[in-house]
Design a binder for this molecule. Structure first.
Ligand code: C5P
Length: 215
């Protein structure tokens, strides 16, 4: 069974999806981490917006392994390094690139083959797994998402204002929804879940009951 969870940045998808997978005994796939890892690799090579072909070629050659909540890029653990606001601000380098998307969608399907999987991202119910048995579109207001992300970044010691985080979130929403390939879009058969005012636990209970109804 595939549970595809899509939604905008900071809606709490990752933590909710990870814990949901654990509750269900499914494997978990954080596809945002894949785009972030390719972005980190591109930034390290000083690639910019004009280097789409070089970034796509690099992505073909790069080994990307997601295992046990760790992200390995060419064998090196980059789990923490991909979570900075610098990587988030440049993630379009990977996410807007058609060939990078094709490669990552291919890896995502390989990952899920033969195993029950909870996967989360922007295009999981629309592009990667259009036949997923269960699709959820998880949202929250931009202000609530900015507050969550700000708390997260502060805990990691990043000096950034709430207003700047909100600006980055609105910017990423716009880019995510307007991109030519794999834009953020609610699948027609997805169930909407708004997490405003709900605790992570409450969201998980709601999602688990949605999944169980379809099992
Ligand atoms: O979910 P997260 O914030 O880690 O994702 C980072 C970025 O990767 C998103 O803002 C989006 O641009 C991109 N992404 C994507 N398709 C996915 C997952 C993430 O384009 N399936």
């Amino acid at each position: 069974m595939i549970v595809a969870i899509d939604g905008p940045a900071g809606a709490g998808k990752s933590s909710v999806a990870r814990r949901l997978a654990h509750h269900l005994g499914f494997q978990f796939l954080d596809t945002g981490a894949m785009y972030r890892a390719i972005t980190l690799a591109a930034l390290r090579r000083h690639y910019g917006a004009g280097d789409a072909d070089a970034i796509a070629d690099m992505a073909q050659r790069t080994s990307l392994i997601l295992h046990d909540n760790r992200v390995l890029l060419d064998g090196f653990d980059v789990t923490g390094l991909i979570r900075t606001s610098e990587v988030a601000a440049s993630v379009y380098l990977a996410a807007d690139n058609r060939r990078v998307r094709e490669r990552l969608v291919h890896l995502q399907r390989e990952f899920a083959e033969g195993s029950d999987t909870v996967t989360e991202g922007r295009d999981q119910g629309t592009v990667a797994f259009p036949h997923a048995e269960c699709k959820i579109y998880l949202t929250a207001s931009p202000e609530e998402r900015a507050t969550r992300r700000h708390t997260e970044l502060q805990a990691r010691g990043e000096q950034i204002s709430w207003e700047e985080v909100l600006r980055q979130i609105n910017d990423r929403d716009r880019r995510d929804m307007q991109r030519e390939f794999g834009p953020l879009r609610r699948a027609d058969d997805a169930i909407d879940v708004c997490t405003d005012g709900l605790s992570t636990e409450q969201v998980i209970v709601r999602l688990e009951s949605i999944v169980r109804e379809r099992q």
